[in-house]
Write a protein that binds this ligand. Structure first.
Ligand code: BF8
Ligand code: SF4
Length: 656
């Protein structure tokens, strides 16, 4: 039943076509390939060729004597190292691009946000007085790059965390040093016969994740803003209905904005539009999948085609003339799907090739030329289309809430602060805040846990910030619009109306989870809600996580003081001791716990109780959903037509 696999109406509709066309998708393959229960629970070690050693109960240790606890902790640490490496390598490439732009070697990139450049220069101890933009940019890029290979001292960005947090990290000895160093050290420690104390392994796993959150990912966000502009709210559209039957559809998929930004420029090139017309198309239509989609959505309003589990099915529309990919979260299955249609898969990164795909290597020194070549290839492919069927679903959305803009909304350019939000959390209009982020995973119904959790939270007066594939799930269900105020609790609605923000704020891609770290720090240091991130009434969720990056993100949130609920299942379920170490153990160490809870209804209940406990510890007014909004200035349905409100779900509108 398609309905059990996804709640996305466009996916439900296209599944039948995909099946008829003989396309195998992750939804199908997930039924055939079940996870190995031993590996799934973290109880299999393959760190040397004596093994793999599977701890099944009949065996209690590996051949080398490694215990289940050690094996589970090592496995988790390695996931986190891979996630950190992926985000951080992306950040490193951003630094290279900034340096090339500053030297004039990448003429298609310029510094777009000088204010942000100067702010980031301060974080990195780069002098700005009397210097040109190019000089500052060159030093910022060079200093950022040095953070990856740093051998002495600690990451400069650590100073951006609240003082108390920095102290906790110092006391535990988990302040990150060089980004690459922490990743390498995790691989070393988890090599056969090295670190065999689960607690010690997990401490270093936190240090590695912090190198991602307060290092590679944070620098990636900063440099993207410097080069491409800091996002401000922008209206856009989402889901398969954004594909156009009569235009050349180019779908970008992956993560690095260096490529997708140039695709935006190339897609509006008049010469190429004329070329498209010469092939019988009315124009060039750009859309995105996964995080690179979020990057160009928040800066240019480019529509979202879908999230992680939409990638193969978008091809099944027969309307995608080229799917242009770079790095991360790109299923190899898209190539097999594309071979059933006319779609060209174009790989662009030397780090990520797919057998059978067309490779057009992207190089920041000739960025626009390469982007144009890619678009031209897509145009040439347009006449090869077979039968096209585009499920006619589209939703509207508002995205682009950078932390700078959220602060700006609370007082304008001269008085921007987090005071209004802090005050309204203190007085109980807002019960708390939550970050709901992360992937799709075909082991659960696509988008269902995402949407359930977000709706429950806003109904309970919890302000939601979102990124990554959760943000796209919210977009596809119409949750990123002001109209969603109808589903928000009365207090939260009042505040959102007063400030002029929707109750669910789209902050960007997965590396932009670092915007949440910045917001949390600003809120914690603004006053009135304690002095550290772990004092705040907040929670984190990744309801449908699947990637190693998601584990790195979850871990850096916990190590930064945010108790986090991951859905789907636990990668350390096999070890009660490791589970205890990352829940109770980490609560004692860093003031937050890492939960893996497949029951998303239970996760929300636990998170609300956690938020209330934090309120109590801060001696704030007890949360009372009936206290505010008694003046009857608002009635349900003020934002949505009655019949839509009564359906209980906004959106799923058909395109006219
Ligand atoms: O970095 S949320 S499936 S697309 S890993 Fe991947 Fe997960 Fe989507 Fe972006 Ni993030
Ligand atoms: Fe087995 Fe130990 Fe080798 Fe792991 S490191 S595979 S537990 S012998």
């Amino acid at each position: 039943m398609a309905e059990k696999k996804t709640i996305d109406p466009a996916i439900i509709e296209i599944m039948a076509k995909a099946e008829a066309d003989g396309v195998s998708t992750a939804f199908d393959r997930a039924e055939v390939t079940r996870p190995c229960p031993i590996g799934h629970s973290g109880s299999c070690c393959k760190h040397c060729f004596i093994g793999p050693c599977r701890i099944t109960g009949k065996t209690t240790v590996g051949v080398c004597g490694a215990t289940l606890e050690t094996i589970a902790a090592r496995n988790l640490a390695r996931y986190i190292a891979a996630g950190t490496a992926s985000h951080s390598d992306h950040g490193r490439d951003m630094a290279h691009t900034l340096i090339a732009a500053a030297k004039g070697e990448a003429p298609d990139y310029q510094v777009k946000d000088e204010k942000k450049l100067r702010r980031v220069a301060k974080y990195l101890d780069v002098p700005t007085e009397g210097r040109t933009t190019q000089e500052i940019a060159l030093d910022v890029g060079t200093k950022a790059l040095a953070e990856f290979g740093r051998q002495e001292g600690e990451l400069l960005y650590v100073r951006r965390a609240p003082k108390r947090r920095q102290q906790i990290w110092h006391e535990l000895g988990i302040t990150p040093r060089g980004i690459d160093r922490e990743v390498v050290e995790t691989l070393h420690r988890t090599h056969m016969g090295t670190d065999q104390d689960p607690e010690n392994i997990l401490n270093h796993a936190m240090r590695t994740a912090l190198a991602d959150g307060w290092g590679g990912s944070m620098m990636s966000t900063d440099i993207s803003d410097i080069l491409f502009g800091t996002p401000v709210p922008v209206a856009a559209r989402s889901n398969f209905g954004v594909l156009k039957e009569d235009e050349v559809n180019v779908v970008v998929h992956g993560h690095e904005p260096t490529l997708s930004e140039m695709m935006v420029v190339a897609a509006s090139d008049p010469e190429l539009i004329e070329y498209a017309k010469s092939k019988g198309a009315k124009g060039i239509n750009l859309g995105g999948i996964c995080c690179t989609a979020n990057e160009i959505l928040v800066r240019h309003g480019v529509p979202l085609v879908g999230n992680f589990l939409s990638q193969e099915l978008a091809i099944s529309t027969g309307a995608v003339d080229a799917m242009v990919v770079d790095i991360q979260c790109i299923m190899q299955g898209i190539q097999a799907a594309a071979e059933r249609y006319h779609t060209k898969i174009i790989t662009t990164s030397p780090k990520a090739k797919i057998t059978g795909a067309t490779h057009i290597e992207f190089d920041e020194h000739h960025a626009l030329d390469t982007a144009k070549k890619i678009i031209r290839t897509a145009i040439d492919n347009f006449p090869n289309r077979g039968r096209v069927y585009i499920p006619n679903f589209v939703d509207h959305l508002v995205a682009g809430f950078s932390h700078e803009y959220i602060a700006y909304m609370q007082g304008g350019m001269y008085r921007e602060s987090f005071r209004p939000l802090n005050d309204n959390i203190a007085n109980g209009r807002i019960r708390g805040a939550a970050g709901v982020v992360g992937c799709n995973n075909p082991r659960v119904c696509q988008d269902d846990p995402h949407v359930y959790i977000v709706k429950e939270l806003i109904k309970n007066d919890v302000l939601v910030v979102t990124t990554g594939c959760n943000a796209i799930a919210c977009a596809k269900q119409g949750l990123l619009t002001p109209e969603v105020m109808d589903y928000a609790g009365a207090g939260l609605r009042e505040v959102c109306q007063a400030i002029g923000i929707p109750p669910v704020l789209h902050l960007g891609s997965c590396v932009d989870n670092t915007r949440i770290l910045t917001i949390l720090t600003q809120s914690a240091t603004e006053g009135g809600l304690g002095e550290d991130i772990s004092d705040l009434p907040v929670a984190g969720f990744a309801p449908e996580w699947m990637s190693e990056k998601a584990l790195a993100i979850g871990t850096y949130f916990v190590a930064s003081g945010v108790t986090t609920w991951m859905g789907v299942g636990s990668p350390v379920a096999g070890s009660a001791e490791v589970t205890k170490l990352i829940t109770e153990g980490w609560r004692q160490k860093v003031g937050a716990s890492y939960y893996f809870e497949p029951d998303h209804e239970k996760a929300v209940k636990e998170a609300l109780a956690h938020i209330d406990a934090k309120r109590k510890a801060l001696k704030l007014d007890e949360y009372d959903p009936k206290r505010y909004a008694k003046s009857a200035t608002y009635f349900p349905g003020d934002y949505l037509p009655d019949e839509v409100f009564k359906q209980g779900s906004y959106s799923r509108s058909k395109v006219s």
